[in-house]
Write a protein that binds this ligand. Structure first.
Ligand SMILES: Cc1ncc(C[n+]2csc(CCOP(=O)(O)OP(=O)(O)O)c2C)c(N)n1
Ligand SMILES: [Mg+2]
Length: 566
């Protein structure tokens, strides 16, 4: 079943206003703009000049954000998609431009981020003769994109770009890729541009929702898990309504963090192990049952019985095939969550989970007490947790916090509990280091007045720090905090554990990443004394420039983890 309904994120615009002759880039930019795009991320190459000319001459012109590495362009576009819920646009030149974008495209696929990548391509009229960078890209991209094909003629560009945006924005969201042969991109055609239509919202099956309502009414220790797609699908208000109206304890992950605000009495993420381990019914919404959720096996803690599992997804392909489910449903998540709420309310038997909730709240309070010592630690060298002890009280409710690193970011996941949804960006299940600078660029552009904090492991910093140059050139102030343990910490500790030694895990001691930022035109400082972290962060927030606080931390203060993700 489905109906046609306008969603908060969909754009409706008519492009069919008597189109005159235009080149391929002008057509592509006009269609992107009709889909709500107002900027493109790119690194120059002649194959995609028509996109730039199209942007410059568009009315209004489309902003061009030129970066220092294509991975940053695509990570930025991916992050725009995550933050604004309108697909981001990256434009990559042929050959190495496109191949440099493959990792972030794969990341967008794993995270369900709406993203359109348009690539240049060697000219069709010389294909096979050996022109520069003559590579057939779609076969490389097909495994990591929802759609990957070549637009062979200029007159096909408007419809192809429209389709790329529609597919990227349709649940389950993800990346799409098009390339256009250079001769066709520069060529002109008089062609109608398609009308951009509102997204179709798929109505979930009411019988399944009634069944889930019955399961909830019978449950004695239920937990709901709210993941990235709750935010991506615009269902954050419905999710909070459901949690609050039923008094249902919630665990959040990915971009679902903040849907139930940090400090809310029903947010039990800090007691996650107990909640998921002793529950009798776990309802997982908008996130796959992957390694982050123990592959969908819950309960069983302390010899207890396994929990029943319900999987709620934004689209049929996202429903887990490997987990043992008592029920599953797919469709628009607002309709689904409101439908589940109504189904529970219609039950004769009214659930009373007060005792269960109090038990979890006590566990959350105990975790807060346990955390307090590390958050205030004055250990020398600095314990990474202390950085969060200083940072968290300085964060405004609308801050955007981005994690790019290993252990340093795992600590952030533990200690930063966002107050609002849509402000937490982590690499997601693809776990690709190097996303940080791109995400920070996107965050500053899409949330102009919010605090933007980029948490960088020192290893991760090395993968994208040159793009501080982009922050500086485009006047995009961001606070960067580098947890500098002089190591690939998240690899060093597991290797030691497995082999008793480690190799290829050390970085140069106490590298001055702050000086790198200064050399590129930003500001920064190094901190070795825990009491100086707070004042350094204050200077960073006040500086109104890209600013990196380089905190030298203890390499032996590893994140306590019980899974390596496999
Ligand atoms: C592109 C990429 N290469 C390698 C890895 C494997 N990896 C995961 S975490 C990690 C260590 C990260 O080190 P750092 O950023 O310094 O953070 P730390 O763990 O030291 O806090 C590595 C190498 C990865 N996830 N992504
Ligand atoms: Mg490190």
């Amino acid at each position: 079943m489905s109906d046609l309904t306008q969603t908060p994120t969909a754009t409706t615009a008519s492009l069919d206003e008597g189109i005159s002759e235009a080149h391929g880039g002008e057509h592509a930019v006009a269609v992107a703009a009709a889909h709500g795009v107002d900027m493109m991320f790119t690194l120059s190459g002649a194959h995609v000049f028509p996109m730039y000319d199209g942007a410059v001459h568009a009315e209004p012109p489309m902003r061009i954000l030129d970066v220092r590495h294509e991975q940053t362009a695509v990570f930025a576009a991916e992050a725009i998609g995550k933050l604004t819920r309108v697909p981001g646009l990256a434009v990559l030149t042929a050959g190495p431009g496109v191949t440099n974008g493959v990792s972030p495209i794969a990341q967008a696929q794993f995270s369900g981020s709406p993203l359109v990548v348009i690539g240049g391509r060697a000219p069709a009229n010389r294909w096979g003769m050996g022109s520069l960078q003559e590579l057939d890209h779609p076969p490389l991209l097909a495994p990591v994109a929802k759609l990957a094909h070549t637009v062979h003629t200029v007159d096909a560009i408007p419809a192809a770009v429209d389709e790329a945006f529609r597919v990227a924005a349709t649940p389950h969201r993800g990346p799409t890729f098009l390339d256009v042969p250079m001769d066709q991109f520069f060529d002109k055609a008089a062609v109608d541009r398609p009308e951009v239509s509102a997204r179709r919202r798929v109505t979930p099956d009411p019988d399944v929702l009634a069944h889930i309502g019955g399961l909830l009414a019978e449950a004695r220790r239920p937990v709901i898990v709210l993941g990235t797609d709750v935010w991506a699908d615009g269902a954050e208000a419905a999710a909070l309504r459901l949690v609050e109206s039923l008094g249902l304890p919630a665990v959040t992950n990915g971009m679902g963090r903040g849907v139930v605000p940090g400090g809310h009495p029903l947010l039990v993420t800090k007691a996650r192990g107990q909640a998921l381990g002793t529950s009798d019914l776990v309802v997982v919404v908008g996130t796959p049952l992957d390694f982050r959720l123990g592959y969908g096996v819950f309960g069983g803690k302390d010899g207890g019985s396994a929990a029943k599992v319900v999987h709620v997804a934004d689209s049929p392909g996202q429903v887990s095939e490997h987990a043992d489910l008592v029920a599953s449903t797919s469709g628009d998540l607002t309709l689904t969550l409101d439908g589940i709420q109504a189904a529970v309310e219609q039950q004769l038997r009214k659930p009373d989970w007060t005792g269960w909730v109090e038990e979890l709240q006590a566990a959350v309070r105990a975790a807060v007490v346990r955390d307090a010592a590390l958050l205030a630690a004055d250990a020398d060298p600095i314990h990474p947790a202390r950085i969060y002890g200083e940072l968290v009280p300085r964060l405004a409710d609308d801050s955007v916090v981005i994690g790019d690193g290993g252990d340093f970011v795992s600590f952030a996941g533990k200690y930063v509990e966002p107050k609002r949804p849509g402000g937490w960006l982590d690499p997601g299940p693809y776990g690709c280091l190097g996303a940080g600078l791109g995400a920070a660029i996107a965050a500053r552009l899409s949330r102009p007045s919010a605090q933007v904090v980029l948490l960088l492991g020192d290893g991760a910093a090395g993968m994208s720090l040159m793009d501080v140059d982009t922050l500086v050139r485009h006047d995009l102030p961001v606070v960067m905090v580098c947890g500098n343990n002089s190591a690939w910490g998240l690899e060093k500790q597991p290797m030691r554990m497995l082999y008793g030694y480690d190799v290829a895990a050390d970085l140069a001691p106490q590298t001055r990443y702050d000086e790198v930022v200064k050399a590129l035109g930003g500001g920064g400082e190094t901190v070795t004394d825990p009491s100086r972290i707070g004042p350094a962060l204050d200077r960073a927030f006040d500086s109104r420039t890209p600013y990196l606080v380089n905190v030298i931390t203890d390499v032996d203060a590893a994140y306590p983890r019980n899974t390596f993700g496999v």
